[in-house]
Ligand binder design. Structure first.
Ligand code: ADP
Ligand code: ZN
Ligand code: ZN
Length: 731
């Protein structure tokens, strides 16, 4: 009998390989458990991938593992298979991907100690058996009486209410085999606590069409305007799965996980769900993950990384606001949660539901190619349709803190009719530009190719990219002129202007400078719920998710910049945001309106917005992407490098390009660069990119597969590091 076995481990390192160690023959060696492993001069945590990987290696040269951390797998076979797929598809190191799939709490050496609750109950519930105890052991009798009343058993906390010194008494009863304990499991799912709304005919039709397709893998896109009742459809589908004893993962964008949604899920399904988002501690997220994993709850309602929640009986995945950019992780392991979720559903042969008022161009084109099922919802089941959008031409118009006279007139009319007004301005701070009129000096960041934003309340100029801050200069640092001026409007200035103009109306601002936490956002939004007239100013933070019935007017102040952005996705993103913002109004029992200030009233995007025709915009944009050969008609893979000198970043990419060209015998590969990134300097480092675009995905992949081993040999260092971005969002 050999004393050892060999096992291979994933370790979170930016190296594309796995590591072999020796384990004792009697170690259970369960795939998906964590071990502490000696690694160079230190110790690292690794996840066991399999046990027969290293047989041909010299046993003497392979180190033994140091310690096993888990008794049961923290990553199931299925999640490991998904991790392998991600690693291959996104060309990311397997070790890093595997650790990405673990809850943050378990990525180090912390033990996996599920907090389970015990429940004690009577072995036999015949009252005559316990009656004998009364004269001799009154305390045992008392506890048995309490247990008799509660056939499902009592937890430690409940027993303590019967007798503060319950433990020895219960131990004695256990010894007599009168009482036993079991793990307290939560019932999975419960009957709807509320009366369900009657479905609209559109909702009913979509459900009727989806239902026969639920027994196997398919992607279903609910393409329905804001407030058309998509969430209601998700809830009905969840209900069905819970009744069948299945679990459901329900993903929402970070800012979409509102209290309203949580309350809605709670009132429908009671406490059989957990939530997970970045506002929770690692430990809280781990607990949610573990309760779901053990089947104690049936629904995981969470943001991006909740996708990796383990489940033995996953029956459905829902991705709300599937177009949302927060589903893409842009640092560390780059992936798109929607796309990985689709893969997961396919591997498990279960259905996945995507929903959006403004579907991504990728999803629309997949519907057109008949790979997704699409269901349209064009009406709101509530009284009022989405508000008409009116353009306000701001050319030759004097603006006061960013607002035109006509805009004020609208705001005043709505306030006078006791409506609430939402003003969207996606720029925080007081003013985005600070400059000298004499010599043209501008306040630029010393670490980034970016302007510093004026923040009046803290009297500083601040970089929104690296956090660099400096005091507002009193005179021009270049020419000494005694006046530096600011231009443009941010939310801080808008708030000040509106407060002065409407002293009797509450003005609430929501942006990252004033709202530091989910709790702060919650309390700020509670002020809206009184329904009193007020003005709400906000950035991206307010654009989606929230459903505030008293808002009757939404205003978009300045969207023009994005029309001419260099990013090929800017128009899509802009259209999505504008529809989302305008869709915030008129959701209650009062009709809404939406206005948008622009200099480009004739722009096709603006015109389609007036017609409330997202599909037209999407079709136009798809046409454009087809002509340009951009996604979804091509695949984009970008090598990114950053270094302390631009030359080094470009040089590294030049080497990568050479290796790619060696591997490529194909002409269909178009390789752009190396060239400096759009924002070349960021947080003190120079950034460059090498972009591969191809309509022929198979070729692109085979070139990469051939050249990656050599490219990896190039290595990364602090001086110059590189990464690869598959299906890159921004060029
Ligand atoms: P979406 O997810 O498409 O934005 P929701 O499901 O949140 O839409 O529905 C918008 C509003 O309409 C919510 O307040 C919801 O309670 C209500 N609602 C949804 N379906 C119905 C229905 N069939 N009858 C009445 N009200 C409904
Ligand atoms: Zn000057
Ligand atoms: Zn900066």
């Amino acid at each position: 009998m050999p004393q050892f076995r060999f096992a291979c481990f994933a370790i979170a390192l930016p190296i594309r390989r796995v590591f072999d160690y020796r384990i004792e023959a009697d170690d259970p060696a369960v795939v998906g458990t964590r071990y502490r492993l000696p690694f160079s001069s230190g110790v690292k945590t690794g996840v066991l991938l399999d046990t027969n990987g290293a047989s041909e290696l010299d046993p003497e040269r392979i180190k033994p593992v140091q310690e096993r951390l888990d008794h049961e797998a923290v990553l199931g076979e299925h999640i490991l298979a998904l991790a392998r797929w991600m690693s291959e598809y996104y060309l990311q190191p397997l070790g890093e991907v595997v650790f990405q799939c673990l809850p943050g709490y378990l990525r180090g050496a912390r033990p996996h100690q599920p907090v389970r609750v015990k429940r004690w109950c009577l072995v036999n519930s015949d009252p005559t058996l316990t009656a004998e105890l009364e004269p001799r052991s009154p305390r045992q009798f008392e506890i048995c009486q309490a247990l008799l009343q509660q056939p499902s058993g009592l937890t430690a906390i409940e027993l303590k209410q019967v007798n503060t010194n319950w433990h020895p008494v219960v131990k004695a009863l256990e010894a007599k085999q009168i009482v036993r304990w079991e793990w307290a499991e939560k019932p999975a799912g419960r009957a709807p606590a509320e009366e369900l709304p009657e479905l609209s005919s559109e909702q009913q039709r979509s459900l009727t069409e989806i239902e026969p397709r639920l027994h196997r893998f398919a992607v279903h896109l609910l393409d329905g305007i804001t407030g058309s009742g998509k969430t209601e459809i998700y809830l009905r589908l969840i209900q069905q799965h819970l009744e069948d004893g299945m679990q459901v993962i329900y993903l929402v964008p970070e800012i979409g996980l509102t209290n309203q949604l949580i309350e809605r899920v709670e009132s429908r399904f009671g406490d059989c769900f957990v939530i997970s988002h970045s506002g929770l501690t690692d430990f809280q997220r781990y607990q949610a993950w573990d309760r779901f994993r053990r089947g104690e709850v049936s629904i995981m309602l969470g943001t991006r990384s909740s996708l990796f929640s383990q489940s033995e009986k996953l029956g459905l995945i829902i991705i709300d606001e599937e177009h949302d950019h927060s589903y893409r992780q842009e640092d560390g392991v780059r992936y798109h949660a929607r796309d990985v979720a689709i893969k997961r559903a396919q591997m498990l042969d279960i259905p996945i539901i995507l929903g959006s008022a403004t579907p991504s161009l990728e999803s629309i084109s997949n519907c057109e190619r008949d790979t997704y099922f699409r269901y349209r919802l064009d009406q709101r089941p509530t009284r009022f349709p989405p508000p008409p959008i009116q353009l306000i031409d701001v050319r030759n118009n004097r603006l006061e803190f960013g607002c035109a006279a006509q805009t004020f007139a609208h705001v005043e009319r709505h306030l006078a009719q006791s409506g609430q007004v939402l003003i969207y301005l996606n720029r925080r701070g007081f003013a985005p530009i600070v400059m000298c009129h004499e010599c043209g000096w501008q306040s630029l960041c010393q670490n980034c190719d970016a302007r510093l934003t004026l923040h009046q309340s803290v009297q500083t100029l601040l970089c929104h990219h690296c956090g660099f801050a400096q005091r507002i200069p009193e005179v021009c640092p270049d020419c000494g002129h005694n006046e530096v001026k600011h231009y443009g409007i941010g939310t801080e200035q808008l708030e000040l202007g509106l407060t002065q103009r409407y002293p009797d109306t509450p003005v609430l601002r929501i942006d990252r400078d004033v709202i530091a936490s989910r709790e702060a956002l919650k309390s700020r939004l509670q002020q809206l719920q009184t329904g009193e007239p007020c003005i709400l100013i906000g950035t991206q933070m307010i654009a989606k998710g929230h459903d505030y019935p008293a808002i009757t007017l939404s205003v978009v102040l300045d969207a023009d910049q994005a029309l001419f952005s260099a990013s090929y996705r800017a128009s899509e993103r802009l259209a999505q945001t504008l529809f989302q913002v305008s869709g915030r109004s008129g959701r209650g029992d009062r009709e809404g309106e939406a206005i948008l200030q622009t200099r480009f009233t004739d722009h096709p995007l603006m015109q389609a917005l007036v017609r409330q025709d997202y599909r037209q915009i999407a079709n136009d944009l798809l046409q454009e992407r087809r002509l340009l050969g951009f996604p979804p008609y091509a695949r984009v893979i970008i090598f990114r490098a950053d270094a302390i000198e631009l030359k080094a970043a470009l040089g590294k990419l030049e080497e990568i390009r050479t290796l790619l060209e060696t591997a490529s015998r194909f002409d269909s590969l178009s390789c752009v660069g190396p060239m400096p990134a759009l924002m070349t300097r960021r947080i003190g480092r120079y950034r460059a990119q090498l972009c591969l675009v191809s309509q022929d995905y198979q070729t692109l992949r085979s070139v990469l597969q051939q050249s990656m081993p050599a490219i990896e040999q190039l290595g990364s260092s602090a001086r110059v590091s590189w990464s690869i971005d598959v299906d890159a969002y921004d060029l």
